[in-house]
Write a protein that binds this ligand. Structure first.
Ligand SMILES: C[S@@+](CC[C@H](N)C(=O)[O-])C[C@H]1O[C@@H](n2cnc3c(N)ncnc32)[C@H](O)[C@@H]1O
Length: 299
């Protein structure tokens, strides 16, 4: 299985859609195991039950697994039980052993299970997607609906696991331009069954949107989704300079949803949603707080 991503340099060189391919050997990294499934299998053995219904793709589907004392059998293959199975870890099968779906290059990137099914992810221990009230996938659906994706070219500034992008594609966007600056997050996407694959509609560029946005033509997108990490760790994505660029690339009357976190929740002692709205107005938007973000329309 291949995950296609294209680099900013490919765009500049006009080399077409796919610049390079990373072979993830995903089939070899399945099954994906969480504590919930592990406990289900263990409980079945204790109860003397052999066939157990399990999800080995984080709730996307279920299948029957044969649980035994020595291990459990999936797709004709015997897998071992884990000695320690952490409740905040997702395990994938690599090199004949279960390993956590996490990576450390410049920061610790980790896929984290949720009881909803679709996972969230963390960068250096900071949760990137809301999970308390609803599934991060459903939460993305609600936010994407605010910009009405049908028939639109959409700029998705901070791609993450691609849940926003997935709903844009499902909502019949004509084109989704996603950017993600961290290669390890792109690797997580390749392992996460809930993440969309790049195709004719969805492109995922590995790059820093603050740099890349400068080369996007003015008035070239119909709507923007801006879901940056929190203000304290990515201040540049909340700057006036960046908002001026968002206003430049967006067509008149185009919509922008900017996630900010809930109002009244003071981050770094600041009222981030209202500061964002004020700065967006200065950039040429009509902006109002909406749920846990700011919904803006370019004047
Ligand atoms: C809150 S998550 C986005 C989640 C995304 N909406 C989804 O549907 O999964 C923020 C993401 O922005 C990425 N990021 C941070 N700074 C960036 C930048 N300057 N350019 C592009 N991506 C950036 C982070 O690596 C992280 O994956």
């Amino acid at each position: 299985m291949f995950v296609s991503i294209h680099t900013p340099s490919a765009r500049k060189r006009g080399e077409g859609i796919i610049d390079f391919r990373i072979e993830m050997k995903l089939e070899l990294m399945r099954p994906l195991l969480t504590l919930k499934e592990h406990e289900t299998l263990r409980a079945a053995v204790q109860a003397g039950v052999r066939d157990v219904e399990c999800s080995l793709d984080l709730g996307l589907s279920t299948e029957i697994v044969a649980a035994g004392v020595e291990g459990w059998v999936w797709q004709g293959r015997l897998f071992p039980y884990l000695e320690t199975c952490n409740d905040r870890t997702i395990y994938c099968w690599v090199d004949e052993t279960f390993q956590p779906v996490s990576r450390y290059t410049t920061s610790l990137i980790k896929l984290v299970p949720t009881h909803w099914g679709p996972p969230t992810f963390e960068i250096d221990g900071i949760k990137m997607l809301p999970t308390a009230q609803t599934s991060p996938y459903t939460d993305a659906e609600r936010k994407v609906a605010l910009i009405q994706p049908r028939g639109k070219v959409i700029l998705d500034t901070c791609g993450g696991l691609g849940y926003f992008a997935a709903w844009c594609v499902q909502g019949l966007a004509t084109q989704v331009l996603s950017y993600e600056k961290n290669p390890d997050v792109v690797w997580l996407r390749g392992l996460n069954p809930w993440s969309p694959k790049a195709d004719d509609v969805l492109s995922l560029s590995l790059g820093d949107i603050c740099e890349q946005i400068v080369s996007l033509p003015s008035g070239s997108v119909d709507a923007i989704l801006h879901d940056p990490p929190r203000f304290g760790i990515a201040g540049e994505l909340y700057s006036q300079v960046f908002y001026d660029q968002l206003a430049r690339v967006l067509k008149r009357k185009g919509k922008l949803f900017h996630y900010t976190g809930a109002p009244n929740k003071l981050t770094s002692g600041r009222d981030v949603p209202n500061e964002v709205a004020k700065r967006l107005r200065r950039a040429g938007f009509a902006a109002e707080l909406s749920g846990d973000g700011v919904l803006a329309v370019k004047n």
